[in-house]
Design a protein around this ligand. Structure first.
Ligand code: ZN
Length: 487
């Protein structure tokens, strides 16, 4: 996961004020939580952290043995999963486990967790309280790279399934556990897992991945909010090429390719995409938080139809929140010319777009091309791998009631379940064609500073979060595998 939640939460400060009336929907799931041992889970996680399962360019050879060793560790630690579930290797250390349901007609459910972590940025090692790969348990925390993103999630998810197997749970519907090994560098493992499910001809009821947490002091009211990501933005980079006559710079044309490219970039930036509260979960996010807000802001949030323009203006004033309302445009690379007195025949730029669900890669490309249609010699083409924003998951109905209702069962009383959009990408996007309802959430009780530590220094997770996470996954799986769960 990249830092998408920060953008989302930072935006809330804009509409924020104090107050704390509880939200009423959905109902907390009525369950008796399974009891997991915090000491055992934290030991297992600490061991998991010690495997340097790093995915980053240049780390492939160095990490290969650690990925193998990590898998051997999981096999030893979760023997029932490894003896009773079908194991399919997907290449590149990614793997999918199939826990076969008794009724092949029922839509399966998919749980994702990636095994890989990002490296520690060279030169920042000294900033860590404990070395990033030592797996230290201290001060009520498990420290290390991957504790939050996302070996804590992975270990507690597998612990929940292992417990179900020990308890003799017989699922009516099939459960897939897809453990990618390259989420941080493109997610080929997730795509391979999705292809595997596609070949079975099945269409899943929901997929659960990382991305949302229970934020303990949300910026609107300072009280907890279970932030459940029901959407994420799409991704597209375009290459803009400007061509003009070459030759000696003493007799230039009116516009060199560099000048033409500059003009194209200006025109693209000055033709922004549509921005607004609709077409994604932003209006639903505002509605879910509205009961917590008081004063004028609370009134506006509770009447977002009437106050749409006011709320939109507030969101537009800040980079993080503006990103929630529309497709963003970011020129990131420009290249052109080799010598100060030579006319460059070709100059190019890369522009990175993060696509709001209301736009597609095709419509975005058409929009960009229209914005430079008057410029001769400039072309725009997609560059690298691109993907539309996956469909927005349901925020009502059985899947939402299960995921969000279970979240509330493990959250402090009065916590609202808040649907949101990640501005970053997750592995879940690969499952858009084989699954309804992509959700991203784990019941970690996080502060904004905890979220900021993901991919940063001193990443850690509270020991007390781990049994709650395992119990949450245990509850979600137990409820989901029942034949009538999706009705
Ligand atoms: Zn991640």
């Amino acid at each position: 996961m990249k830092r998408g939640l920060i953008a989302c939460m930072a935006s809330l400060a804009l509409v924020g004020c104090s107050g704390n009336t509880a939200s009423e929907t959905p109902q907390a799931l009525d369950i008796t939580p399974a009891v997991f041992d915090a000491g055992e889970l934290s030991q297992t996680l600490a061991e998991a952290i010690r495997f340097r399962t790093i995915s980053a360019p240049g780390f492939e050879a160095e990490s290969a043995d650690d990925f193998d060793a990590f898998r051997a560790f999981l096999a030893e630690r979760f023997p029932l999963i490894h003896s009773r579930l079908e194991i399919t290797e997907l290449g590149g250390h990614s793997v999918i486990f199939t826990w076969r349901g008794s009724d092949a007609e029922l839509a399966p459910v998919i749980f994702l967790a990636h095994q890989d972590v990002v490296p520690v940025e060279p030169g920042t090692e000294e900033r860590w309280t404990y070395p990033a790969f030592d797996g230290v348990i201290a001060d009520g925390l498990v420290w290390g790279r991957g504790t939050m993103d996302m070996k804590g999630h992975l270990i507690t998810l597998l612990s929940a399934v292992e417990r179900h197997l020990a308890e003799g749970t017989q699922p009516a519907r099939t459960v897939y556990l897809a453990l990618g090994a390259d989420e941080e560098v493109g997610g080929a493992g997730a795509r391979a897992a999705a292809d595997y499910i596609a070949r079975t001809g099945q269409h899943a009821w929901f997929t659960l991945d990382e991305g949302g947490f229970t934020i303990m002091e949300n910026p609107v009211s300072g009280t907890p909010a279970a932030m459940i990501a029901v959407a994420e933005k799409g991704y597209m980079t375009v290459e803009i090429t400007a061509r003009a006559r070459g030759g000696h710079s003493s007799t230039p044309p009116q516009h060199t390719s560099v000048g033409l490219l500059a003009r194209a970039l200006v025109q693209i930036e000055e033709a922004p995409f549509e921005h607004g509260l609709d077409g994604g979960p932003t209006r639903a996010m505002i509605a879910a938080l509205a009961p917590q807000a008081s004063g004028m802001a609370g009134f506006a949030m509770r009447h977002s139809g009437l106050f749409g323009p006011v709320l939109t203006e507030r969101f537009m004033a800040d980079d993080a929140s503006r990103a929630l309302l529309g497709t963003t445009i970011a020129p990131t690379i420009v290249q052109g010319g080799i010598k100060d007195n030579v006319l460059p025949q070709e100059s190019r730029a890369l522009v990175n777009l993060r696509l709001h669900p209301r736009d597609t890669t095709d419509s975005a490309l058409a929009h960009l091309r229209a914005s430079i249609a008057d410029l001769d010699g400039v072309t725009i083409e997609p560059w690298g791998s691109i993907n539309d924003a996956p469909p927005v998951a349901a925020t009502e109905g059985p899947a939402w009631d299960l995921i969000a209702g279970a979240a509330l069962a493990f959250a402090p009383e009065g916590t609202p379940a808040v649907p949101m959009m990640l501005t970053a990408t997750t592995d879940a996007r690969a499952f858009a064609d084989v699954s309804e309802n992509l959700y991203r959430y784990a019941p970690v009780r996080a502060g904004m500073d905890d979220v900021a530590r993901i991919h940063g220094d001193d990443e850690h997770i509270a020991v007390e979060d781990l049994p709650r996470m395992a119990a949450y996954f245990h509850a979600v799986i137990g409820a989901a595998v029942r034949a009538d769960a999706d009705r």
